[in-house]
Write a protein of this length. Sequence first.
Length: 279
Amino acid sequence: MRFSVYQDSQIGARATNQDRLGYCFTRDALLLLLADGMGGHMQGEVAASLALQAMGALFQERAKPDVAEPERLLDELVFAAHHALHRYRSINRLNDTPRTTVVLGLVQGDKAYWAHCGDSRLYWMRNGQILARTNDHSHVERLIQQGRVSPAARLTHPDRNKLFNCLGAPTLPRVEQGTPVLLKPGDQLLLCSDGLWGSIPEHELAYRLCARELDKAIPELVRAATIAAGKNSDNVSALAMTWLGKQPATSHTGSALHINSLPVDSVITSLQGARSDFT
């Protein structure tokens, strides 16, 4: 399969960057990951890092080189990350478990699957138009769906940062999956933290991503969101993939698992700001 991917993250006006993002892939499957550590709880950056490491490791174990049951794997990836956070709390004898949001996209064949917990988002775009996106697991989103407040409340409501679903809580997370979609060449998936979507209008997100190559569009989006939020800027992170099409089967040789040579934790931390095109 063929795709182009780029990611970037900025600290904004926060003391630390609690966002983590990355991807790993085999010859026939690609996993995109983004987690936003919850600042209202201790060690949010640890939660985000552990979540990505757990999900990346399980993906590498299961993709042989494709995934037998993509939708089942999405559930298992999230639960593996959740349990990793609770193990960390137990081993380190913490009073509370670090918590994080998570959004993940899995591309296999010419289909895309995704899942999320929290308010980090995934957008599916085509020709500058948003075809689908995840729904935030936040109290203000519930109010919007109930018709009690307007959509503009996502940016201004005093409870806009309160979530009812995340990893690391005492109860199991509720994994919400999108309907699998058929990708066409040129389609894009964008994963981002609320620091991005909360500062840039959706129509502008779609236009900017379509109008420029990823290695230019993503840094520009991240920078624009940071500037727009000013002294109130949250961490801002974005990971985008442009689908270029399935590789003809005749070009594959053997059945070896072609995973990025870097360890999972290195993939997560070192690929920021680096464009990659894969065939």
